[in-house]
Design a protein around this ligand. Structure first.
Ligand SMILES: [Zn+2]
Ligand SMILES: [Zn+2]
Length: 387
């Protein structure tokens, strides 16, 4: 079938609305009609080149025999929700008419990591940005005679998507599509980061650095996990004010200003937990973030760094002698198939704010405006609505 989708040609290009071709779902695959797609920062890292090897790095990778990824042309979008339109042979967890949210990892449920409760580390993650399906290794999405990479095997910036069954999670009919879309990436990642990911305990002081679509949910999560104080750090005043609405007890514009603030709030102990959720994880953030972390405390990185960052300044004496933990994590350490229904149940009972996250709604052809608004810090979450 043919439909409209937002395609990225390469670093520095705008998104282009193009007619794309989707093959029918095969064994273990589904066709989904998109209802809502979320504007999450990760797609933009391909436009800016953060996630793309520089020519210099690519030639080093080539010389060492490492595979150099071919991301373009790319169909964007990795957050969203929709309705199952058609199922291929062997699909059992969903049927036509079911509402689904998407997982940006098509977790297989059978590999070592999946059966150990770490579906975010599923071996299928290796194919997250491949042009081929995780099901049978052949391509299903095309632009003319080229195969398309669908962002994280999803490609939600399109009217329809052909997906592995593992990429979709059935949700209750009573859940609005917007809420389902929100938990498909940003909310789950943020909530998980502020709770189980960084290990928040009742009474903790937690610092969240970056109060955007992910960080704001780390604020909600930390507060729900019983944090005594939650300090939101963000240069944008609107985001600091929003963080207060979502449960932050204090806020400040920069990590440098957070150090004396947290010192005062904790009588010199510093924060039990620090969560890094900025738009881009710059290496320079690490040293002050570790200064914010108390003895024996944990600093969690939940953000996309630039592909070619390989030098990180850390004060090693403090790191070792103060027994600090620096941890990297995706999906906030949550297992989408379990956590999305759990979060949506909290939402239904009024214990998780989702509707309040949406700042602005767009049509698919306004995708570049939506991305610009996100870059400029005007939105907590932008949403694309489909017919
Ligand atoms: Zn995302
Ligand atoms: Zn797996």
């Amino acid at each position: 079938m043919k439909c409209q989708g937002a395609v990225m040609r390469g670093v520095g290009h705008d998104w282009e609305i193009q007619e794309i071709t989707l093959d029918p779902p095969r064994e273990g695959e589904v066709l989904v009609k998109m209802a809502v797609a979320g504007i999450c920062h990760s797609d933009d890292h391909f436009t800016t080149g953060d996630m793309v090897p520089t020519p210099g790095l690519a030639s080093i990778m080539e010389a060492t025999g490492a595979p150099v990824p071919e991301y373009f042309p790319m169909l964007g979008g990795h957050e969203g929700a929709g309705v199952i339109e058609e199922v291929g042979p062997g699909v059992r967890s969903v049927k036509p008419g079911d509402r689904v949210a998407f997982s940006f990892i098509a977790a297989c449920g059978a590999c070592r990591w999946c059966v150990s409760g770490m579906t975010y580390l599923c071996d299928n993650g290796a194919m997250m940005l491949a042009k081929e399906m995780t099901t049978d290794g052949t391509a299903r999405r095309h632009l003319g005679d080229e195969d398309l990479t669908a962002m994280t095997q999803l490609g939600t910036f399109a009217e329809y998507a052909v997906l592995a069954e593992e990429s979709v999670i059935k949700i209750d009919d009573s859940i609005p599509f917007e809420a389902a879309s929100l938990v498909s990436c940003g909310v789950t990642t943020g909530w998980g980061s502020g709770t189980v990911g960084v290990g928040t305990q009742p009474g903790d002081t937690v610092v969240i650095i970056g109060a955007g679509g992910v960080g704001i949910n780390a604020v909600q999560g930390a507060r729900a996990a019983g944090a005594n104080a939650v300090i939101a750090v963000d240069p944008v005043e609107f985001k600091r004010d929003t963080a207060k609405f979502f449960g932050a007890t204090d806020s400040c514009p920069s990590v440098e200003e957070a150090i004396p603030l947290v010192r005062g709030l904790t009588m010199g102990v510093m924060a039990d937990r620090v969560v890094l959720t900025p738009g881009v994880l710059h290496a320079e953030l690490l040293a002050p973030a570790m200064m914010l972390t108390r003895k024996g405390g944990t600093c969690l990185m939940t953000a996309v760094p630039k592909f070619d960052v390989n030098t990180v300044p850390l004060i090693l004496v403090d790191f070792v002698q103060s027994c600090k933990t620096l941890k990297g994590l995706i999906y906030g350490g949550m297992n989408p198939r379990a956590s999305m229904p759990m979060l949506l149940s909290m939402y239904r009972n009024g214990n998780l704010k989702l509707d309040e996250l949406v700042t602005k709604r767009y049509r698919l052809d306004q995708i570049n405006d939506a991305i610009t608004d996100m870059r400029e810090g005007r939105n907590i979450r932008g949403i694309i609505e489909f017919d």
